[in-house]
Write a protein that binds this ligand. Structure first.
Ligand code: CP
Length: 311
């Protein structure tokens, strides 16, 4: 089996069967990271370029580790020390990178749609590692893997996504993904952070934290992204935290076997307390572990599966 597509640009484009294929492939790759020698030869001879125009710890590192565990060569371009700072356009950067014959470019950019433009400029695969407030598909895939692993299923679960819905590419990708797999998604946050028409993506929306928490199987807390806000959307961080921050008192309203996710980086004491982030319901570090397996699966299904099948 392989993904019959050149690029992975968003969850919106994927069919449920494609999501299931990526998740089951990722499950099979998890074991590689537990070996003493954490490497398989599958993508030997392939070259992956990480082109990140925005900061990243988890996504960039795990794409690099995933490529290396598959025996691909991974190159990281630091935009701040590249010719981008001299004014080179995305198209020129893309064409020059393509001239070096990579097999895949992983791109993160502050502008929505940049990976889609890049995919039109180059013949190699392009993977979206987060574009503006649009999508973060590999994050949603690792979130779905983490939930499926712990709960044994996704269909029928109530997923509460809480926080800055308007600025969150993680929220959008997860709404698409979880609803395609049959979960019931409810988003919650202040009215100023709730985009008009969000229910058109297939979720329900509320401004009431208790409504979101009640009966939730999964609580996904979102980071307050102050860097994407041109103005303040709430009076003070303290007030935001009092109403929408997840602490042990609010957690009592959720199901007894609830699990808690957060894409990171965490603003401790703002959207989530340290007691909850580090507590027994939190799967935040499991998400990071699953990020490597999901990104190995993405590379395999875009770059490697056809070669394996042809043997
Ligand atoms: N979840 C996530 O995208 O984290 P980074 O910004 O560290 O990559």
């Amino acid at each position: 089996m392989r993904l019959k597509r050149k690029d992975l640009l968003g969850i919106e484009d994927l069919k449920a069967e494609e999501i299931e294929l990526i998740l089951s492939t990722a499950e099979s790759f998890k074991e590689v990271s537990t070996r003493e020698i954490k490497k398989v030869p599958t993508l030997r001879g392939k070259t992956v370029i990480n082109l990140f125009y925005e900061p990243s710890t988890r996504t960039r590192t795990s794409f690099e580790i995933a490529a290396k565990r598959m025996s691909a060569d991974a190159v990281n371009i630091s935009v701040s020390t590249s010719s981008v700072v001299k004014g080179e356009t995305l198209k020129d950067t893309a064409k020059n990178l393509e001239a070096m014959k990579p097999d895949c470019i992983v791109v993160r950019h502050s502008s929505s749609g940049t990976p889609h433009m890049l995919a039109n400029y180059v013949g190699c695969s392009v993977v979206n590692a987060g574009d503006g407030a649009h999508e973060h598909p590999s994050q949603a895939l690792l979130d779905m893997l983490t939930v499926r692993e712990r709960k044994g299923k996704i269909a029928g679960l109530k997923i509460a996504i809480i926080g800055d819905i308007a600025h969150s590419r993680v929220a959008r990708s997860n709404i698409y993904g979880f609803t395609k797999l049959g979960a019931e998604v409810m988003v919650a946050g202040p009215p100023t952070m709730m985009p008009a028409g969000i229910e058109g993506l297939g979720c329900r929306a509320t401004t009431d934290m208790d409504t979101a928490l009640r009966g939730a199987d999964v609580i996904m807390m979102l980071r307050i992204q102050l860097e994407r806000q041109k103005e303040s959307f709430f009076p003070t961080v303290r007030e935001y935290s009092m109403v929408y921050g997840l602490d042990e008192a609010k957690l009592k309203k959720a199901k007894e076997d609830v699990i808690i996710l957060h894409p990171g980086p965490i603003n401790r004491g703002v959207e989530i307390s340290s007691e909850v982030a580090d507590g027994p319901y939190s799967l935040i570090l499991d998400q990071v572990t699953n990020g490597v397996a999901v990104r190995m699966a993405i590379f395999y299904l875009l770059l490697g599966a056809a070669r394996e099948e042809a043997r």
